[in-house]
Design a protein around this ligand. Structure first.
Ligand code: NAP
Length: 282
């Protein structure tokens, strides 16, 4: 039976550490706010935005909500970002994705000042991460590194297979594992013999975006399995990219869905906000 990697507990530990840090920063006169922008009323996005505001309140930083109508133009959104870039009090700017199709996401991401890019999506942040310089790290992958480290999983020298090469999960995940001295293989939709390749992994990180896709035939006995996927199944129940019931008996450790990777993303967003407040030049 695999050890359950408890993202709920670990994310709570991180938020509690951040809460203490925020108190200490306030005592030094360092404060700041996170600006959260939502365009339209996508219900899933509304839930994410609400959770982010609640997390800010929990750790003791201010959040500024910008709820814009679906009809907002790209120009209007870019203008708001420009204003927020200039506002001293705003230390982080988060634009909830996806955006309506008439707005170019890349343009919006690039408009955010890298100093306030707490999602870690700006090309400058990604570039800095790639060459090992200090930057805001993309929240889901950096949350996974924390999950592994705080669960006592050794990364150095291990073979890690990351399934998925998206800009927000797969690619930064592979780079961060490389930074931790894992030997990394990235798999994607054109990869040949995926089950065979995955079976070589000591650490298998699954971000394939397909509900319950990865079964026992992909997993080596004793591997650590991280399931990044979030889906609602036919019964409206949350599930991941991994067939949990099939894989759990083979793995040595596994993240559940819900309660694994999901809560870590917000905790790491908060960590980036606190880092931004801390690094504020006076
Ligand atoms: P994505 O952009 O859809 O990327 C999926 C990746 O999987 C792509 O690189 C794709 O390859 C690859 N892929 C698809 N089918 C495959 C196949 N049959 N064999 C091998 N590779 C295959 O998804 P994403 O944004 O990275 O997200 C992945 C999952 O994580 C989703 O379920 C998402 O909801 C979840 N997620 C969770 C969190 C969280 O906080 N927990 C955050 C972000 C995302 P190609 O590049 O070749 O198309």
């Amino acid at each position: 039976m695999a050890k359950l990697i408890d993202g709920k507990k670990i994310s709570q530990e991180i938020k509690d550490e951040l809460k203490e840090k925020v108190v200490a920063l306030k005592a030094e006169g360092k404060t700041g706010a996170l600006a959260v922008i939502q365009v339209g009323e996508d219900p899933a996005s509304s839930v994410y935005v609400r959770n982010k505001k609640n997390a800010c309140a929990y750790i003791g930083i201010e959040s500024l909500a910008y709820e814009l109508p679906e009809s907002t133009t790209e120009e209007e959104l870019l203008k708001l970002i420009e204003e927020l870039n200039e506002k001293e009090k705003v230390r982080g700017i988060l634009v909830q994705l996806p955006l309506p199709s008439h707005i170019c996401e890349d343009k919006v991401i690039q408009a955010i000042s890298p100093e306030k890019d707490v999602d870690g999506f700006h090309p400058q942040s990604v570039g800095a991460m790639t060459i090992g310089e200090k930057s805001f790290l993309s929240c889901t992958p950096s949350g996974i590194i924390q999950l592994l480290k705080r669960s006592g999983v050794e990364i150095e020298g291990k073979h890690c297979v990351v399934i998925g090469r998206s800009n927000i999960v797969g690619k930064p995940m592979a780079l961060l594992m490389l930074r931790e001295n894992a030997t990394v293989t990235i798999a994607h939709s054109r990869t040949k013999n995926l089950p065979e390749l995955c079976k070589q992994a000591d650490i298998l990180i699954v971000a394939i975006g397909k509900p319950r896709f990865i079964g026992a035939e992909y997993v080596k006995e004793g591997a650590v399995v991280i399931d990044v996927g979030i889906h609602r199944d036919e019964n409206n129940k949350l599930c991941g990219d991994v067939k949990f019931d099939e894989v759990e008996p083979i793995a040595s450790a596994i993240t559940p869905v819900p309660g694994g990777v999901g809560p870590m993303t917000i905790a790491m967003l908060m960590s980036n906000c606190v880092q931004s407040i801390e690094e504020k030049r006076r």
